[in-house]
Every structure is written in structure tokens, then in C-alpha cells.
Design a protein around this ligand. Structure first.
Ligand code: SF4
Length: 301
């Protein structure tokens, strides 16, 4: 088993010195050569990227036993997140890792292939299982991730019925999809009480999509706001107005009288903040990991 921890996690666990943003989730990756070939991912079969990266974060190899002990003593960490690369043998390693960490709530983010697989993760003590969609456009899905979007949605549907409130998914904004495709998918997920974690597309060296640009912050804010309204049942699909090209041009909800800036915080499982996961600290943040930073946000919506 190759287990890696993000730099921020090592910092929070006192295993690295330096200044790190406060985070309540410890992020780990089960690493190996992925059998899939997602065009945006540093771990794809044909990617030429350095495998110690996932998105723009560096992950350092750690020993599961010593990390377990350190985590047991750390009360600030409220959740453990396992990001699983689909290498041969990932399933057994994932079960072992869940069992090692399940004295805290464990989220597993994995390209699960069947409901039986999802059941096994919960049986081992997982608190949440994340089955990533990543690409919401049915037309682009096969090209970018391989396989069919429909199959992932079917598994999400089935899993959400069997494990209500315990299923999450990841969605990446900015890979050629329309706003309409994003909002419709988020509405479908919200109806099933599936937790949505939004990510901004990040071009990474060595991947097939290294030349594509990040989405604009203005567009990302609109999608964050839509996610927040849908997940909190403050809007339904009929409230979103699109033009003929699928651009979101209006939301018929008076969100400004609510505490709507919370929409721009990192979304996902409870306590998940993923500091600087898809943004450089030097630029305005897509996902805001700290509520105290919200006051400086003006002018985007
Ligand atoms: S939302 Fe956060 S904690 Fe949940 S699976 Fe994704 S990265 Fe992990």
C-alpha cells in the first residue's frame, strides 16, 4: 500500500514544520498507477505528471501505523478523507485504510464500480462514500473520463437510496460543459440528498488537458451560488434561467437577503475545507476554506 498525505495534513498533524492553514479534515491518498485515463488527472494511465501531485497539491508518502497513532492524539482533526486512485488492488487497500482510521468519521472518494463495492466500504466503517462525477456533460464524459455518465448516475441513485445522506460526489467546473448541464445535474443530486463538492478545473502539467484554462471566477461564483441554493432547498430547477447557449443568466430567488456568501466556502463532506486544492494562495480563491475570508468578497454576484 502506498499511502500519501497532503502537505497541509502533515502540517496539521505536526509532522512538518512551517505555517499551515487550519483544517479539520486529514487528507490521504491511496496511490498507484490508475487503470483509467482521465484527461485532467495527474494519475491517469497516460499522464506524464509527477505522481506525488493530485490536483496542485503535493502528497508525501507516510506510514499508516504512525499516522494512525498521531491522528488518535489529535482532537482538531474531525474527519479523515481517503482519495483512492483506481490501481489494481485498490479495493483491499481501501478496506484496510478505512479500518485503520475509522475511530474518526472517514470519507472515501473512489471510482466505485458497483453497489456491492459501496456496501463494503460502509461495512468497514466509512461514514461517507464519494463517487465522483467530475464531468457533468454526457457528451464530454466519455471523451474526458471514459465510460458513461449514465452508469455513474445510476450508481449514485442506487447508493443514495440505500445510504441516505451518506453519499457525496465531486463535480469539476470548466471542462467544456454548460451552466445548464451543471445546474441540472446539481438539481438531480440535491433531490437525492447527495452532497456535492465543487472543484474548479485546474490545468496540470503532463495531463491531456494541460492547455485548457481555469474557469473564470465570475462563472465559478455563479455555480457555487446555484449549488448552495439547490443543496439547501432554497431554489428549484425552475428558478434558474438560461439563454439558448445554456449560460445561466438569472436566478429568480432573492438570495441576497440570506447569508448567501456561505455559498463560496469549500463544499463537500462535513469539515472538508481542502485549502488551496485548486487555487494558488496568491490569487483570489475559488473555494474559500476559511469563513473569516468571506467578508472581503464583493462584486461577483
Ligand atoms: S468532499 Fe472533501 S472529505 Fe468528502 S470525499 Fe471529497 S475531498 Fe474528501
Amino acid at each position: 500500500m502506498i499511502l500519501r498525505a497532503s502537505y497541509g495534513t502533515l502540517g496539521m498533524l505536526g509532522m512538518l514544520s512551517g505555517k499551515f492553514p487550519y483544517q479539520e479534515t486529514a487528507y490521504f491518498m491511496l496511490d498507484g498507477r490508475c487503470v483509467f485515463d482521465c484527461a485532467f488527472c495527474t494519475h491517469a494511465r497516460s499522464a506524464k505528471s509527477d505522481r506525488k501531485y493530485l490536483s496542485r497539491i503535493v502528497w508525501k508518502e507516510v506510514d499508516i501505523g504512525s499516522v494512525r497513532e498521531t491522528l488518535m492524539e489529535n482532537e482538531n482533526i474531525k474527519r479523515v478523507c481517503l482519495q483512492v486512485v483506481s490501481y489494481k488492488g485498490y479495493f483491499d487497500d481501501t478496506i484496510r485504510a478505512i479500518e485503520a482510521f475509522n475511530f474518526k468519521p472517514v470519507s472515501v472518494s473512489v471510482r466505485a464500480l458497483s453497489i456491492e463495492e459501496v456496501r463494503e466500504y460502509f461495512k468497514s466503517g466509512a461514514d461517507m462514500v464519494g463517487i465522483a462525477i467530475d464531468v457533468v456533460s454526457p457528451k464530454l464524459y466519455g471523451k474526458i473520463r471514459g465510460g458513461k455518465l449514465e452508469d455513474v448516475l445510476d450508481l449514485l441513485d442506487e447508493s443514495s437510496k440505500e445510504f441516505p445522506g451518506k453519499i457525496a460526489t465531486h463535480i469539476i467546473v470548466g471542462m467544456g460543459e454548460t451552466d445548464e448541464e451543471l445546474v441540472k445535474t446539481m438539481s438531480w443530486l440535491s433531490e437525492r440528498n447527495i452532497t456535492i463538492a465543487l472543484f474548479a478545473f485546474t490545468p496540470l502539467r503532463g495531463t491531456k488537458m494541460e492547455k485548457l484554462k481555469n474557469p473564470s471566477l465570475e462563472r465559478y461564483r455563479k455555480i457555487q451560488l446555484s449549488r448552495w441554493l439547490l443543496q439547501n432547498k432554497l431554489a428549484s430547477l425552475e428558478d434558474f434561467v438560461f439563454d439558448d447557449s445554456g449560460n445561466l443568466i438569472n436566478i429568480k430567488v432573492d438570495y441576497k437577503r440570506r447569508n448567501y456568501k456561505k455559498a463560496f466556502l469549500t463544499s463537500g463532506c462535513p469539515n472538508c475545507t481542502r485549502p488551496y486544492y485548486n487555487e494558488s494562495p496568491a490569487r483570489e480563491l475559488y473555494n474559500i476554506h476559511d469563513e473569516s475570508l468571506l467578508k472581503d468578497l464583493e462584486g461577483y454576484v
